[in-house]
Ligand binder design. Structure first.
Ligand code: ATP
Ligand code: MG
Length: 236
């Protein structure tokens, strides 16, 4: 058996750090969903029952309003836990999950976000590749909503020369990417993509919209165990 000198810990690689981060996110998402979410659901039931027993109209209205607030908080919590841990990737597949992501960002922001998936995208995609493209789209769309001031944006999943491709584009105000921003989003996108030997390009000019293009090599030897189905890109 190989012997390791005592006290010498193996330095974590960037890939294990990203893995650890995803595991921790999944744990927090489960706690939020199963523990806090369930408690809020019970609280709402209690409030509804109390409201039914109140004779005074004013008091009943007040308690009903509290119940609605609890429902709003529960909904937000649900959204947050899904963002933290995209369980939908495993269930729905990458294309459908991206379509849902676009739909959710559109609903919250009022920006029209179109999603398309090219016909030549493989039916099964490695789970690391899926998660990477999903996280990149999530951060890029978050940036579109917070910084772009755009009325329209699009997300396209494709396959070009044996590589998976993702393009997130908006018709917003653009930015000067030569200036340091102090943000983490773009750096984290670049690191995720580089870990899978991919490339990320940003085309942007002030006043001229932003396009983020990512390419990740498709793994030929991905097994059924570390693959996600592509899923239908159409959201019911
Ligand atoms: N789609 C976009 N439209 C306009 N500006 C953008 C867009 N995406 C990024 N930017 C600009 O690039 C900067 C850096 O983005 P980045 O995601 O790295 O950081 P952030 O969004 O400011 O903060 P964080 O992601 O850490 O919350 C932003 O502050 C913004 O000025
Ligand atoms: Mg950001």
């Amino acid at each position: 058996m190989p012997h390791r000198a005592p006290g010498r810990l193996r330095r974590p690689t960037p890939l294990t750090l990203v893995d650890g981060q995803e595991t921790e996110r999944a744990r927090i998402a489960r706690e939020l969903h199963d523990s806090v979410g369930q408690k809020l659901a019970l609280l709402q039931i209690d409030l509804d029952q109390i409201a039914c027993t109140l004779r005074s109209h004013a008091e009943r209205t007040r308690v009903q309003a509290l119940s609605r607030q609890v429902a709003d908080i529960a909904r937000e919590l649900h959204d947050i836990s899904y963002e933290l841990h995209p369980l939908k990737l495993e269930i729905l597949g990458l294309a459908r999950s991206l379509a849902v992501l676009c739909q959710e960002h559109s609903r919250r922001s009022g920006i029209a976000i179109a999603f398309s998936c090219d016909a030549d995208v493989p039916d099964r995609i490695g789970s690391n590749e899926s998660l990477c493209l999903y996280r990149v789209a999530q951060e890029a769309l978050h940036n579109v909503v917070t910084h772009s001031n755009a009325a329209r944006a699009s997300v396209r999943l494709g396959c070009f020369d044996g590589a998976l491709g993702l393009i997130v584009a908006d018709a917003g105000q653009g930015f000067n990417d030569a200036l340091p921003s102090g943000g983490l989003g773009l750096t984290s996108m670049r690191q995720r993509v580089a870990l899978l030997n991919g490339s990320l390009d940003i085309h942007t000019n002030k006043g001229d919209g932003t396009r983020i293009s990512v390419r990740i090599p498709c793994r030929r030897n991905a097994t059924a165990y570390d693959c996600c189905a592509l899923g239908s890109p159409v959201v019911a």
